[in-house]
Every structure is written in structure tokens, then in C-alpha cells.
Design a protein around this ligand. Structure first.
Ligand code: GAL
Length: 844
């Protein structure tokens, strides 16, 4: 490698890139979708309505690292002498504690993404971040917040609710220990009423310990999902107890409604529950009320009712119609507590011979598995970014996601409900132990009203429970499946099984999921024709965006046919699943690249290369295979680019993904042949490289339908900045996603550019993170600079709460390299009603 070390190659990129024009078209559609849906990214599936208050508790926290080993560096906590001896004794959660050296931040927050990478093989699966028991100084974090409890809260019950924290939490309020939570994905809540000082300042402290991990992938660290403070009457609806089930008959839907009312007051109450059903426009379309019943003091009572929804508008992937039930508990005509429950009306059927049906219509599941992290932000994904990520997947025709291998963030599920994306919703711990069952119960109750969810998954690749511990596996799975059915009789339960599915946990499943090995489903189907099947995990194809040669020295994989030994290319697995009527479809591993599991190479790679799109959501070439065969529009994608300086005279493979009938290839304006496109396949040529152009023409019925051209570009001379939206909300939560590109003198995207770019952000926005999709790039996610990777980088900027303008300038970073014309962009931030939130502490 003539003097260039492997280390120096990091971030310098290998050679090539996907077309930015096409990359932008995926973004454009997402942006349009966002613009068309004013609630995008800010709606909650279960939200409060008066008289309940449901306040966002994300703003105005303080943070400091603790220590997993040394109490002296851990706020003196855990000396082992009477730590929990007396209630009210924890000074760090009281007035007068000095937190002036703590850092101010807003939630969601992931501190792992802020840490440097460490060259430590044992940290490989977590993306080489120093998190775990061997890194005590960066694995424990403390969050502290002061908040007022007004006198008007006297008599109310107050809960603090966490949507998900990684991982183990000890919670303290006003010096008192409140409770603990020991997992990284399930939401949890505590009633803190008894510990609050009403009409005074209060202090809440969370010690978050990420020393233990669950996954073999990046999991983040800290309070990485939203926190809420919920205030309600002592007579109130139970947590996640409300459900709406629907059954279609003709064009109307029979609704079965249920909830649980708890009474934390001193007297028995005679209560009634009402349901008002609204359509998407807010019109009341049905209503129901329960019998009045007694709710004993310190007890709870279940309430049910039936309603008829005339002319029900069905939820589908094309038309995700949603309804809302406003559930109110009242006594003597007075509303005491209420909440909104979103639901949809649709039918789902898995047929052993005919596959999957949504609303009676046959539909293949065109799914992707995804972890939850994104470039620049790690696991702390802003709500709007969830929409963006789903938009990218939809653009390639994906109609379902699997939340591998954990319970998802509420806003991901909510976005699926609203965008028409189906979901296989997976719990983390496959166990019938109390913790496993609790996680499962919370997941099913929390999301059972979401129409997007079509399958509950109780686990992934539990080798022991499928093999040596098959007997235990069957018992564990039977208990878990029973629990799901009890809480939600409307959905099937499955698991992602890598094996023959002949014994153990598989015996308990409603439908059978196969991971990989395309020989197994066929055999199983022949022997068990009565059991519905689907691909719970497939593919594991690997590729590096914009790279066309596998190079173990640079840790890159070519974009034509890279795949791991246990996997299949998109073409291989979809030719199998897409052509068998009895297969319901499947979920490809993975939609997005993710941190950790840096397959197929280890260090210095820090993320996986399984993604169909990279960490930023920039499409790799495989994206266009799916777009052609999963999408419903004419599609044509030509690759590679045509910038192979130094390879003049070499023969290069030129591929086209298209769903048109025939494709012709022209090299420097001259045709070199026309080929029929095989169903679910691609066409390819071998072309001797010389600078110039290649062009593909796609035909249907003899007519040219689409063309695409790749030209050899010139030197990089300028930067281009484009935004997914020109206006965002001034709510301190919304984000704008900026694409940074390199341009040649003719204004063409340079697909091989790896220039270092710096960003100046001023006005009413702040940098949230940067990325470039390079699996080998160890630059910071948080600094205002980033190298382009094969022509592209991404910047995520978040609004403040002040309406105004955000100015972003992208300039050349450093003194070396060619001069570049910089780029400027202004984004406006518009005033919007802010979500009800806990007032921020006064900052002196
Ligand atoms: C599967 C596993 C995934 C991921 C994938 C990589 O076996 O379920 O989590 O590790 O392999 O190919």
C-alpha cells in the first residue's frame, strides 16, 4: 500500500458513491410526507386530555459522570454503610446540593455516542465505546433536575414516566429513594406523590448505570427516550389499561372497549367510563358508556362497553386511517381523568397455504429489521428523525419493520401507525421469569392499540431454547404466548428462529418465523402444511455505500454481491420469498446500518455494513433492487458511478436494477447491447473503463420509460447544502436534516469526494450531530465538522424554542487540500404551540 497505513485510510474513502440525485429523491418524498402531516413526529399514541396533565419532562436537566467502582467519584454513593438505611437521606437529591459543575442538557440523551472509540476487541459488539464494567468512569451517569410543584397540585397523584433508559436506574426524589428499573428498553413509571413538597421546589435525581448490556449491538447509554410528569385525580385510569378492539362486519366495525379505573382516594367511588370515538378530522363518529360501578378505595375496577363504528375507514399501508378514542372516567357527571387512545380498524390473517392478508387482500410482507440508532445522535433519536427513517424505508417499498431485538420507542410505533408501516414488535428478554413477563406485559399493553403491529415477537435466535433446552424452551414460550393472548387476543405471536423450528419454543408459536437458510422453510412447509410461515430475518447482505471493490485493507465491501456466509443477497432471498404463495414475506437484515457488530470486519470498523441504507439513511445500491421489486413505480438504477481514475483500460461490471422489460446500455453515446430484465433479477455488462459516460435506457412495450446516466466528474471545487425542509418548528425538539455534497466545476455531484468540511451554525438552532455513513470513520459525531464519505455527509440541527432563522454554513475544514466554495443555507423556525412541559428551572 505504498506508504499509506490502514489507519490513514480511515475516512479517506475508497473510491465510489451512490448518486446523490437519487439519494435526494428519497429525502424529497419524506419531506413531503412530513410537510403533509402537521402532527409528524410530535404526536403520542397515548396522550392525556384534561383533566389529566401529561407534561414533557425533557428540558433543563443537569448531568455528570459517576463511577461504577469508586464511591468517592460517584457522589459518595454506595460506600456500603447504610446506603439505604434511612428514608430521606440522599443529599444529592435535596436543595443545597451543589450541581454547578454539572453539564446542562436536554433529553433524550445518549452519552455513549459522545465518547471516543476504544481499540478494545471486547467492545466490538457495542461499537467500540468504553461502556461496561471494565469502564467504570464512563458507564455511570447522574441526571438531576429541579422542578416546581404548584400548590394547585395538592391532592393529585403525580407519576414520573420514563419511556426507556439504558440501562439500570435508581431514582431519588427529595432525598428519598423511589425505586429501580433494570432493563434498557421497557418504559417504567413511579408514583412520586408521597415524596413531593407541594407549593415548593423539588429535586429528582436518576443514577443510570450502563455497565450491564443486553445486546450484541450498540445500545447507547442514558435517558435516551422521553420523560413525562403526569398529574391526575386519585380516581384515574390505570397505566396502559385502555384498549379498543375492532371486528369488521360489512362496512361497520364492532368495537370492544375496556379499561381499568384505580381509586387511590379515601372513599369508594361510583364511577362510569365513557368513550368518544373521533375520526382523523376530529368528528365524533361513535360513542359508548359503561355501567356505573363502584371502585373501592385503594382498589380498581374493570370497565367495558361496546360501540358500533359505521362506515369504518380501514387502516392499510396505502391509507393509514386512524381513529382516536377519548376515554373518560367520571363520577356524578364530572370528568375525573381522561386519555386519548389511537387505534385503527383492519383485519390481519396469516394463511398457511396463501400467505399474509391485510383487510382480506393478499400482501407480501416486504420488511426490514432495524436497530434504533442513527448517525450523530446514537440511540437518542428525535421524534422527527423516526419519521425520516421510516420515510427512507418506505421510499424503497418497505412496508413492514421488525423492532429487533427490543421493545421500540413509542414515537417509532406512532410513526408506523401514521405512515402505514406494519410492524413485528419484539420484546428483549425471552423468559417467563418475572422480569421477562413484565417486559412482555408492558410491551403488549403499551402498543396493543397500534394498528401497525401485526405480530408480537417473544424472542430472537434463542439457541438453547431451540436445542439443548428445548423442553424448557417450549414451557417458557407457552407461558409467554399465553400472556400475549390474554392481553391481546387479536394478534398472532411468533419468534425469530434460526434453526429447523421442529422443537422447543417453536412448538408454542402461532406462526413460524425462519431466520436465514432458505432450505429450511420449504422442508418445514412440506411437513407441516397447516402452519403459516414467514421470514423473521433474512439476507444479511453487506455493502459499503459507493464502493465497488471488496478491500480488506480498507474494510470495505463491494456493492454488487457482498453477503455473509449465512446470508443471501437481496436478489437471492427475495426470489425465494417473493415467489412462494405460502410464504407471508419476510424481514431483511437490516434497513439501516447500525453501530456495533462491525461485520464483516472488526476494528477499525465501528458499525455494521448490513444496512440497505447507511447510518445516515443515504441509499446504497441494494436500496434500488428493493425499489424496483418492492415499489410500484417504474424504476431504473445504473451503477457504478464513472469515476475510476487510474483504472483506465480495466474491465468493470456495470449493473442495472430495473422493473422495466428491457434495458439498453450506452457507453460514450454508443449502444453496447440491450437485455431483457429477468423477473426479480438484474442485468449486467462488462465495460472497459475510460473516462466519459455510461447511460442506461429502460423500455416497456418498446418505449423508453426511464434513463439514467453516470459521467466522469472533475475535481471537487464547491460544497452544496440541501435541507429536508426549509422550515421547522421552533419547539426545541424539531430537527432539520442537511445533506452535504461535493460538486465539480459543472455543478455535478462528485461521488468519490472525501473532503473535510466544517459547519458554522448560528441563530435559533444548535448542532445535534453529524455523520457520513462511513463504517470505518472514527470522527466525532458531535463536533461541527465531518469528512465527506464518497461525496456525502449529514448534519442534524435542532431548533430552539425561539422562532427565527437558523444559518448554516459549510466550509472547507483545515488548511490543506483544494479550495472549496462554501455553501450557506437559512432555515426558518416557525412558532408553534409547545407541547405541555414541566417549566424549566430558572438558570442563574
Ligand atoms: C442474526 C441476529 C442479528 C444479527 C445478524 C447479523 O443472527 O439475529 O441480530 O446479529 O445475525 O447477520
Amino acid at each position: 500500500m505504498s506508504g499509506i497505513s490502514r489507519r490513514e485510510l480511515l475516512c479517506s474513502g475508497a473510491a465510489l458513491s451512490a448518486s446523490s440525485l437519487l439519494a435526494r429523491s428519497a429525502w424529497g418524498r419524506t419531506a413531503a410526507m412530513l410537510a403533509a402531516n402537521p402532527q409528524a413526529g410530535t404526536a403520542e399514541a397515548l396522550a392525556a386530555v384534561a383533566p389529566r396533565e401529561h407534561l414533557l419532562f425533557d428540558f433543563g436537566w443537569k448531568f455528570i459522570f459517576g463511577n461504577g467502582n469508586d464511591p468517592a467519584k460517584d457522589l459518595g454513593f454506595g460506600k456500603g454503610q447504610g446506603d439505604f438505611a434511612k428514608t430521606g437521606d440522599f443529599g444529592f437529591a435535596k436543595a443545597g446540593f451543589d450541581d454547578s459543575k454539572w453539564r446542562e442538557l436536554n433529553l433524550p440523551h445518549d452519552w455513549a455516542v459522545e465518547l471516543p472509540f476504544v481499540d478494545d476487541q471486547e467492545q466490538l459488539s457495542h461499537g467500540f465505546k468504553p461502556i461496561g464494567r471494565r469502564y467504570p468512569e464512563s458507564s455511570v451517569g447522574w441526571y438531576r433536575r429541579e422542578f416546581d410543584v404548584p400548590a394547585s397540585d395538592r391532592g393529585k397523584r403525580v407519576w414520573v414516566e420514563f419511556d426507556g433508559v439504558f440501562r439500570d436506574v435508581l431514582l431519588f426524589v427529595n432525598g428519598c429513594f423511589i425505586g429501580r428499573n433494570n432493563n434498557g428498553y421497557a418504559p417504567f413509571r413511579f408514583d412520586i406523590t408521597d415524596f413531593l413538597a407541594v407549593g415548593a421546589k423539588n429535586y429528582i435525581v436518576a443514577r443510570v448505570d450502563a455497565s450491564f448490556g443486553d445486546g450484541w449491538f450498540y445500545e447507547g447509554a442514558g435517558i435516551y427516550r422521553h420523560v413525562w410528569l403526569t398529574k391526575m385525580d386519585p380516581l384515574h385510569l390505570g397505566a396502559w389499561e385502555s384498549y379498543v378492539r375492532s371486528e369488521l362486519s360489512g362496512d361497520s366495525a364492532a368495537l370492544t372497549l375496556g379499561t381499568v379505573v384505580s381509586n387511590e382516594g379515601k372513599q369508594n367511588e361510583n364511577a362510569r367510563v365513557t368513550w368518544r370515538i373521533e375520526d382523523a378530522k376530529g368528528n365524533t363518529v361513535a360513542s359508548a358508556e359503561s355501567q356505573a360501578q363502584s371502585v373501592p378505595a385503594d382498589g380498581s375496577t374493570e370497565f367495558t362497553a361496546k360501540a358500533k363504528l359505521p362506515k369504518a375507514r380501514l387502516w392499510s399501508v396505502e391509507e393509514p386511517n386512524l381513529y382516536t378514542a377519548i376515554v373518560t372516567v367520571e363520577t356524578e357527571g364530572k370528568a375525573r381523568d381522561a386519555e386519548r387512545v389511537n387505534f385503527g380498524v383492519r383485519t390481519v390473517r396469516f394463511d398457511a397455504a396463501k400467505g399474509f392478508f391485510l383487510n382480506g387482500k393478499s400482501l407480501k410482507i416486504q420488511g426490514t429489521c432495524n436497530h434504533q440508532d442513527h448517525a450523530g445522535v446514537g440511540a437518542a433519536v428525535p421524534d422527527r428523525l423516526q419519521w425520516f427513517r421510516l420515510g427512507v424505508l418506505r421510499e424503497m417499498g418497505c412496508n413492514a419493520v421488525r423492532t429487533s431485538h427490543n421493545m421500540p420507542t413509542p414515537e417509532w410505533v406512532d410513526a408506523c401507525d401514521r405512515m402505514g408501516m406494519m410492524m413485528m414488535c419484539e420484546t428483549r428478554q425471552m423468559s417467563s421469569n418475572p422480569e421477562g413477563l413484565e417486559q412482555l406485559e408492558v410491551m403488549v399493553k403499551r402498543y396493543r392499540n397500534s394498528p401497525s403491529i401485526i405480530i408480537w415477537s417473544i424472542g430472537n435466535e434463542e439457541w438453547l431454547l431451540q436445542g439443548p433446552m428445548a423442553e424448557e424452551g417450549e414451557k417458557i414460550a407457552t407461558t409467554m404466548v399465553r400472556k400475549c393472548h390474554e392481553l391481546d387476543p387479536t394478534r398472532v405471536v411468533s419468534a425469530a428462529v434460526n434453526g429447523d423450528n421442529e422443537k422447543g419454543l417453536s412448538n408454542a408459536l402461532d406462526i413460524i418465523g425462519f431466520n436465514y437458510d432458505l432450505k429450511r422453510p420449504e422442508k418445514f412447509h412440506a411437513e407441516h402444511p397447516e402452519r403459516p410461515l414467514f421470514g423473521s430475518e433474512t439476507s444479511s447482505a453487506i455493502s459499503t455505500r459507493g464502493v465497488y471493490a471488496t478491500d480488506p485493507l480498507r474494510n470495505t465491501v463491494n456493492s454488487y454481491d457482498g453477503v455473509v456466509s449465512w446470508g443471501e443477497t437481496p436478489e437471492e432471498w427475495w426470489t425465494y420469498y417473493g415467489t412462494r404463495e405460502w410464504e407471508a414475506g419476510g424481514f431483511a437484515w437490516t434497513g439501516f446500518d447500525y453501530r456495533g457488530e462491525p461485520t464483516p470486519y472488526g476494528w477499525p470498523s465501528i458499525n455494521s455494513q448490513f444496512g440497505i441504507v447507511d447510518m445516515c439513511g443515504f441509499p446504497k445500491d441494494y436500496f434500488y433492487y428493493y425499489k424496483a421489486w418492492w415499489g410500484n413505480q417504474p424504476a431504473l438504477h445504473l451503477f457504478p458511478h464513472w469515476d475510476f481514475k487510474g483504472r483506465e483500460g480495466d474491465t468493470l461490471p456495470v449493473w442495472v436494477y430495473s422493473n422495466l422489460e428491457e434495458v439498453e446500455l450506452l457507453v460514450n453515446g454508443k449502444t453496447i447491447g440491450r437485455q431483457k430484465v429477468p423477473h426479480l433479477g438484474h442485468v449486467e455488462w462488462k465495460v472497459r473503463y475510460e473516462p466519459g459516460s455510461i447511460e442506461a435506457r429502460g423500455f416497456r412495450g418498446g418505449k423508453t420509460v426511464l434513463t439514467e446516466k453516470r459521467e466522469t466528474t472533475g475535481e471537487t471545487v464547491a460544497i452544496r447544502l440541501t435541507a429536508d425542509r426549509s422550515q421547522i418548528n421552533a419547539d426545541g425538539e424539531d430537527v432539520v436534516l442537511l445533506t452535504v455534497e461535493a460538486l465539480d466545476p459543472q455543478g455535478r455531484h462528485v461521488p468519490t469526494a472525501n473532503n473535510r468540511i466544517a459547519f458554522h451554525i448560528t441563530g435559533e438552532g444548535k448542532l445535534l450531530g453529524v455523520g457520513n455513513g462511513d463504517p470505518n470513520c472514527q470522527e466525532s459525531d458531535k463536533e461541527p465538522k465531518r469528512s465527506l464519505f464518497n461525496g456525502l455527509a449529514q448534519v442534524i440541527v435542532q431548533s430552539t424554542k425561539q422562532p427565527g432563522e437558523i444559518h448554516i454554513e459549510a466550509v472547507k475544514d483545515g488548511w490543506d487540500g483544494p479550495n472549496l466554495t462554501s455553501a450557506k443555507l437559512t432555515i426558518t423556525t416557525q412558532q408553534v404551540p409547545l407541547r405541555p412541559a414541566v417549566p424549566e428551572p430558572h438558570v442563574s
